[in-house]
Design a protein around this ligand. Structure first.
Ligand code: AMP
Ligand code: GLY
Length: 417
């Protein structure tokens, strides 16, 4: 089997590694890939990113199935294009990808199918939004309607901050169209969890739960990032929480996907908030999370490639999805300055054998064979153990064996209060 994986992050490195475990997979192409995917035995990086080029490549190379990492391609309709050309691909249709691509679309969907979520209002007019702010109780949450590379959500503690945010989004148009429409949402207090799942449109099979750490600094302080580390399973996702998630979120979501005839064969990632008032859905993502994938996939006991093929063939109902016992902890090492500006081109060195798994992200293989930084989130290390403490200790011990100038990581990933 030949597989194409689209993307270039730590998530895609984890996908390449997991797909490669199946002996029937003879070749994996990663487009455009990174320094880590390029080092995997079965994998070759191909430097293409446009949908038409990817489609031509998949046809020419007789790719058996494609997995799409990032939402950008999904929202542009890559799945519809591949399917029209008779190619197998894991991902939602363009219409279903709107569950991530538009906050107002996804909130309307949640409302229509009675999925438990924060109360909200939609605005496409600045004056109306500002008027509404005057009546709000703070904090409130302001969200750009469109994709904003993870930067489109601001928690506002007071009127002044909210007003500035609306000005940035709607008037200054900092997200180039994506913030012209906004939603203003009730603030929920609680603990977050990420539940990656896979669907063939008939059933949704949830993966083991996980927990991202979004802020840059220890203690959850500072600006949001793409994610500075993840653990799995999420210790807060007990049976009661998962039962509620099933009943109030997963089941009505499946009903909505079916009723709306969305053509959804892919990953559906539920971002939930566990509060004193119950479990709420914050958002859908229509693809694998990063770094969650680096923590979750290595725990999968079942064959990942068989799972993907079952989903694409509409046969998930009979798939017995199994997980290894124990915990994982993924730490992200970032460039100095991230999520702001940072330098690139710095050499990454490893000293000593790692006990966990190393997934490269913003890192490339230089002409001289060295691995060098070229992004904000540079790499992830996932440690494993029978307890969360052992998984953490393994990951932190491994992190000491990796060096690059200015390397930054949080020191509290997986610390549970
Ligand atoms: P979203 O893209 O909607 O998941 O939002 C990104 C992040 O903003 C979430 O992971 C939460 O940390 C935070 N967030 C979003 N919505 C809310 C809310 N209603 N209350 C509190 N925090 C929120
Ligand atoms: N880690 C959150 C995301 O992938 O969106």
């Amino acid at each position: 089997m030949k597989v194409l994986i689209i993307g270039s992050g730590g998530r895609e490195h984890a996908l390449v590694a997991k797909v490669s475990e199946n002996s029937a997979v003879t070749k994996v192409y990663c487009a455009p890939g990174n320094g880590g995917t390029g080092r995997e035995d079965k994998c070759e990086n191909v430097n293409i990113t446009k949908i038409d080029e990817l489609l031509a490549f998949a046809i020419k190379n007789k790719i058996d199935f494609t997995i799409v990492g990032s939402e950008e391609w999904l929202v542009q309709g890559i799945v519809d294009k591949f399917k029209e050309n008779g190619l197998k691909i894991l991902g939602p249709s363009k219409k279903a990808a709107m569950l991530e691509g538009s906050k107002s679309f996804s909130k309307e969907f949640m409302k229509k199918y009675k999925i438990k979520t924060a109360a909200y209002e939609f605005f496409d007019n600045t004056n109306d939004a500002i008027d509404y702010l005057k009546k709000c109780e703070y904090p409130i949450v302001i969200k750009a309607d469109g994709l904003a590379a993870g930067k489109g959500v601001v928690i506002c503690n007071d009127y002044e901050t909210a007003q500035k945010c609306i000005n940035d989004f709607m008037v200054l148009d900092i997200f180039k169209g994506s913030g012209k429409n906004i939603i203003i949402e009730e603030f929920l207090e609680g603990v977050e969890a990420s539940i990656l799942s896979i669907t063939d449109g008939k059933v949704i099979l949830p993966f083991v739960s996980s927990k991202d750490h979004k802020q840059i600094f220890d203690g959850g302080i500072g600006p949001n990032t793409g994610g500075m580390g993840a653990i799995a399973p999420n210790p807060y996702c007990n049976e009661e929480v998962l039962d509620e998630f099933y009943k109030n979120i997963l089941t009505p979501t499946l009903k909505g996907i079916q009723t709306e005839k969305m053509d959804y064969t892919g990953i559906i990632f539920f971002g939930i908030m566990i509060t004193k008032k119950g479990v709420y859905l914050l958002e859908y993502n229509v693809r694998f999370g990063d770094p969650e994938t680096q923590a979750v996939l290595p725990l999968m006991k079942s064959d990942f490639t068989e799972l993907i093929v079952s989903a694409i063939d509409g046969k998930l109902e009979n798939f017995n999805l199994q997980w290894n016992e124990g915990y994982s902890c993924c730490l992200i090492a970032a460039s100095k300055g991230y999520p702001g500006n940072y330098d690139t081109g710095l050499e990454i060195t490893e000293s000593g054998k790692l006990d966990g798994k190393l997934f490269l992200a913003g890192a490339v293989c230089g002409d001289d064979g060295t691995i060098r930084t070229n992004g904000g989130r540079v790499l992830g290390i996932t440690g494993f153990g029978g307890t969360l403490e052992i998984a953490r200790d393994t990951a932190y011990a491994d992190m000491k064996k990796i060096q690059f100038a200015g390397m930054y990581h949080r020191t509290d990933i997986g610390k549970i209060n």
